[in-house]
Design a protein around this ligand. Structure first.
Ligand SMILES: *Cc1c(COP(=O)(O)O)cnc(C)c1O
Length: 371
């Protein structure tokens, strides 16, 4: 491999790519590391994809470019969310990561800081670095309470807030978000990837706060991580800017059809989301309650817990030991060793009942081996 870094732009030459959670290709893993849905998508999704392949299912329609603005999907998303939202308040992305990148491109740069909290979704700093942007970083403390005044005074043009937060699962209330929106002069992006699992979401705030942008994804609650569709809801003025920097055919035909089918089947999704919430709350009670592990109240589809070993000790080494024990039993969870507030914790995605029992059995076995 030749070294082209002296030709690359300086900020690209020193980039570190985002590290996604491990995606093992062989079967046999209990995969609870990237918050995918343990259940399949609505059966209407596969039907819609087959329909999109044409009457002879030979893929003939794929000759043609997709709808460049994903117009039917924008209209459906606006209608589903109500609150007077219209097509011009919606943009669709190739995953919500695409939409987050468009937001950074529009509002961030070397002289225009992009803000985010630590901890939060670890893609934000990567997107900012790709765009050679300045950052304004606000740290939580262990309470994970929203630092409203610090965000308001961050000086960022756009500030990214994950709610419910990742990897903690802690959600911020609309009252807290409204307090930020009133004080912060920039655009507040609330990344609601996990909102379908939460008690509240911020959509109702859009009508009163033109500086609010909400992003959503079909990767988590809608069981479509492999299809790559996400979207943003915002004032038409923000959407207009995002459309200027968007790839003109950013969402392919099959994905547009799949997303329309999924969003058209709320009954199916209400049932699986309800099941995931019940599973989450049961295991939160087991690990947070029965084992006495410090665990944040989760409003997401994962549990962020601070394991204690058989001696009652917790800490980064204990979290690492359990992570490795689980790995040795082909159970994948996520560790976040790079920040003091997360290094003692593991994040376990809420899986099927079988998967959760498998994790629990492994935890019980780990607690029996003397540390
Ligand atoms: C998973 C996740 C996303 C990514 O969504 P995609 O639509 O798959 O790109 C965005 N934000 C947060 C906080 C997430 O956890």
């Amino acid at each position: 491999m030749a070294d082209f870094s002296s030709l690359a732009l300086p900020h690209v030459a020193k980039l570190h790519a985002y590290t996604p959670g491990l995606q093992p290709t062989e079967s046999g893993w209990v995969k609870l590391n990237t918050n995918e849905c343990p259940y399949g998508p609505s059966p209407r999704v596969a039907e819609a994809i087959r329909r999109e392949l044409g009457p002879d299912a030979d893929g003939e329609p794929l000759r043609l470019y997709p709808n460049p603005k994903s117009t039917p999907l924008r209209q459906l998303v606006a209608k589903i969310h109500g609150h007077g939202l219209r097509e011009e308040n919606v943009i669709i992305g190739n995953g919500s990561d695409d939409v987050l990148n468009l937001l950074v491109r529009v509002f961030g740069g070397p002289a225009a800081a992009t803000g985010f909290t630590l901890p939060s979704y670890s893609l934000y700093p990567v997107l900012v670095a790709i765009n050679d942007g300045a950052t304004s970083v606000i740290e939580f403390d262990r309470s994970m309470k929203l630092p409203v005044e610090k965000i308001a005074a961050s000086g960022a043009r756009a500030f990214f807030l994950t709610s419910p937060n990742a990897p903690t699962g802690v959600a911020f209330t609309n009252a807290e978000l409204a307090a930020v929106l009133e004080r912060f002069p920039g655009v507040l992006v609330v990344d609601e990837a996990y909102a379908p699992f939460a008690k509240e979401n911020a959509v109702a705030l859009l009508a009163r706060h033109s500086n609010l942008v909400i992003t959503r994804t079909l990767s988590k609650a809608h069981a479509l991580a492999g299809i790559r569709v996400g979207y943003a809801l915002a004032d038409a003025g923000v959407i207009d800017l995002l459309d200027r920097v968007r790839d003109s055919y950013n969402v392919n035909r099959l994905s547009q059809a799949a997303a329309i089918a999924a969003l058209g089947d709320p009954g199916y999704y209400d049932a699986i989301i309800g099941k995931i919430i019940r599973t989450r709350d049961y295991w939160l009670g087991e690990w947070g309650g029965r084992l006495g592990w410090f665990t944040y109240e989760s409003q997401s589809n994962f549990i962020f817990t601070e394991p204690k070993n058989a001696r009652g000790e917790s800490g980064p080494a204990v979290a690492k030991a359990l992570y490795e024990f689980l790995l040795s039993r082909k159970i994948l969870v996520r560790a976040f060793p790079n920040h003091a507030l997360t290094a003692s914790f593991l994040r376990i995605s809420v899986g099927s009942d079988d998967e959760m029992f498998a994790v629990n059995t492994a935890i019980e076995a780990w607690l029996k081996i003397a540390p």
